[in-house]
Design a protein around this ligand. Structure first.
Ligand SMILES: Nc1ncnc2c1ncn2[C@@H]1O[C@H](COP(=O)(O)OP(=O)(O)OP(=O)(O)O)[C@@H](O)[C@H]1O
Ligand SMILES: O=C(O)[C@H](O)[C@@H](O)[C@H](O)[C@H](O)CO
Length: 166
């Protein structure tokens, strides 16, 4: 979880790779109206995100039911969004990719062919409620090298689950 440009897709893929997980790319489930809105530089509202979050919750549940290890990339910026996802799966853990605003802006501006304009980064930080004091949450410095972040996340998750490797 985290703002645009924090590395959700890159880190999610690296975690899924190390953890034999099934990557669920949250952005791929945004309805066309949400993509159109963001492309036009308009931030999403709670209402815009609601159906999308429900859909992601279903995807996680389906993966678990199929015996897979879901690794979801999802901005999950507000606590209420994370709580909605937790309702679907109480054992859900969150890796918060914590990145300074200027770096997120730089990454989004440099990323070719993506729908998210750099002008929306500011609104992502206005919406962001960092998940401090929430259960099963790891905050990571998202400016670290990709592999270091993935390694930290997988080690934390294995420990958090004790003997249960799932
Ligand atoms: N740890 C990192 N160090 C340096 N560059 C990174 C790191 N993580 C991601 N990047 C780069 O930053 C840019 C944004 O990364 P990415 O697309 O993974 O982030 P995201 O916006 O959170 O994901 P998405 O928007 O697809 O959900 C990409 O160009 C990526 O290569
Ligand atoms: O909740 C949101 O505002 C969105 O999910 C965004 O965070 C983007 O989809 C994503 O990060 C694109 O770069």
């Amino acid at each position: 979880m985290g703002v645009a440009g924090c590395g959700k897709s890159s880190v999610g893929a690296a975690i899924a790779d190390r953890y034999q997980g099934r990557l669920i790319e949250g952005d791929a489930f945004h309805p066309a109206a949400n993509i159109a809105k963001m492309s036009a530089g308009v931030p999403l509202t709670d209402e815009d995100r609601h159906g999308w979050l429900c859909r992601l919750s279903e995807e996680v549940a389906a993966a678990l039911a199929a015996g897979e290890r879901p690794v979801l990339t999802c901005s999950a910026l507000r606590k209420s969004y994370r709580d909605l996802l937790r309702q679907g799966e109480p054992g859900l853990g969150f890796v918060f990719l914590d990145l300074a605003r200027d770096l997120a802006g730089e990454r989004v501006a440099k990323r070719p062919g993506h729908f998210m304009p750099a002008s929306l980064v500011e609104s992502q930080y206005r919406t962001l409620e960092p998940p401090h004091q929430e259960p099963l949450t790891l905050a990571v410095d998202a400016s670290l090298p990709l592999e270091a972040i993935a390694e930290q996340a997988v080690q934390w998750w294995r420990k958090a689950n004790g003997t249960n490797p799932a």
